[in-house]
Design a protein around this ligand. Structure first.
Ligand SMILES: [Zn+2]
Ligand SMILES: [Zn+2]
Length: 363
């Protein structure tokens, strides 16, 4: 079928063009896309050579309605609304132990944007386009999504606000709940207050963390962080971050989503004995940390990374729905919607920090 899709070519604006999309295979569904969030990963894939073959149809925070089912799909029905999350095979050791973010085929789906046999459901003038990015490629009117990625979405929930449950909000909330397992007596530092960091702050408030310290270089983001639950804020553009953290008396937990080595080293340095830090930001290629190893050993601290907040979307996203329904996840404070045709304006506004989470509306 012919669809409309935003085609990404390296370091060029997205262009909305006609693309040919195949029907769903046995384990896939065809989704009419209602809305899709823009995540920094989409723009990195287009402009920073992270390995996604271009041209491509990107987009990995799609929400929509199923319009056709593959022969083998039994968990979903035509007409059902779904959130599309990241790709995973559903069969490897990680997938079988409820850790699909560490699927052994993750790079195929989520970076290279292809099925396991290397094929793509999308093409243009007979030439294949990367069309299975994160198992969905949802910057389009329609997407072929792997059934394994899908989470049913009730008709009462607003599609544009639910998009980033598939990636950004899941990552931040999951890091706090699943990875750090924050508790009420924790003092948690959140470094970087984009969608992921603000989701971490909301989750820390839901968990009941005693002190929630938000760190960013943008004063406006710190105001939002405070509104969403931060009890203290540090504007790291206004002087020495290490000294500012020291004045706070140390952190039991830290969550970085800046990917910047100097910020991570400062966050790590602010941990109390047995403190834990988790990293979820995309760093420059080849970036590395300098840590005093004896201090690491003697203080009992730990440092680890996470993808998608270690979440299994099929169980974690319904928890996020419940939080939203109870008014504890005010996603409307993060989201700005744009018509699909304004994808380039939306991306520019995100990069300039004018909006937190731009969401494209296809219908
Ligand atoms: Zn797997
Ligand atoms: Zn993402």
């Amino acid at each position: 079928m012919k669809i409309r899709a935003a085609v990404a070519r390296a370091r060029e604006p997205f262009r909305i063009e006609e693309v040919e999309l195949d029907g769903p295979r046995a384990d896939e569904v065809l989704v009419e896309v209602e809305a899709c969030g823009i995540c920094h990963t989409d723009l990195s894939a287009k402009d920073h050579d992270y390995g996604t073959p271009l041209p491509a149809v990107l987009g990995h925070e799609g929400v929509g309605r199923i319009v056709a089912l593959g022969d083998g799909v039994t968990r979903f029905a035509v007409g059902e609304r779904v959130v599309m999350s990241f790709g995973a095979c559903g069969r490897c050791t990680s997938c079988a132990s409820e850790a699909p973010a560490y699927c052994r085929h993750s790079r195929d789906f989520n970076l290279f944007g292809r099925r396991l046999d290397g094929s793509s459901p999308a093409s243009q003038a007979g030439l294949p386009l990367t069309g299975h990015f994160f198992g969905q490629s949802a910057f389009a009117s329609h997407a072929i999504a792997a059934a394994h990625n899908l989470v049913s979405l009730g008709d009462d929930l607003p599609g544009p606000l639910m998009t980033s449950l598939g990636c950004g909000v899941q990552t931040g909330a999951g890091a706090v709940v699943n990875v750090l397992r924050a508790e009420p007596d924790d003092t948690i530092g959140v470094f970087g207050c984009g969608t992921v960091g603000l989701a971490a702050i909301m989750a820390a408030r839901i968990v009941g963390c005693e002190r929630i310290v938000a760190v960013d270089v943008r004063a406006g983001r710190l105001d939002t962080a405070r509104a969403l639950g931060a009890t203290e804020v540090v504007d790291s553009a206004q002087g020495d971050l290490v000294a500012a953290l020291k004045r706070l008396g140390g952190l039991t937990l830290a969550f970085d989503n800046t990917g910047r080595p100097e910020v991570i080293e400062a966050a790590y340095g602010a941990l109390r004995p047995r403190g834990r830090i988790v990293l979820a930001g995309l760093s420059a290629r080849g970036a590395s940390l300098t840590l005093d190893l004896n201090r690491l050993m003697a203080s009992g601290r730990s440092l680890r990374g996470t993808i998608e907040g270690d979440a299994d979307p099929r169980t974690f996203i319904p928890r996020l729905y419940d939080w939203y329904r109870r008014g504890e996840l005010p996603l409307e404070q993060l989201v700005t919607t744009y018509p699909f045709e304004q994808i380039n304006e939306a991306a520019a506004d995100m990069l300039a920090g004018r909006v937190i989470k731009p969401v494209l509306r296809m219908t």
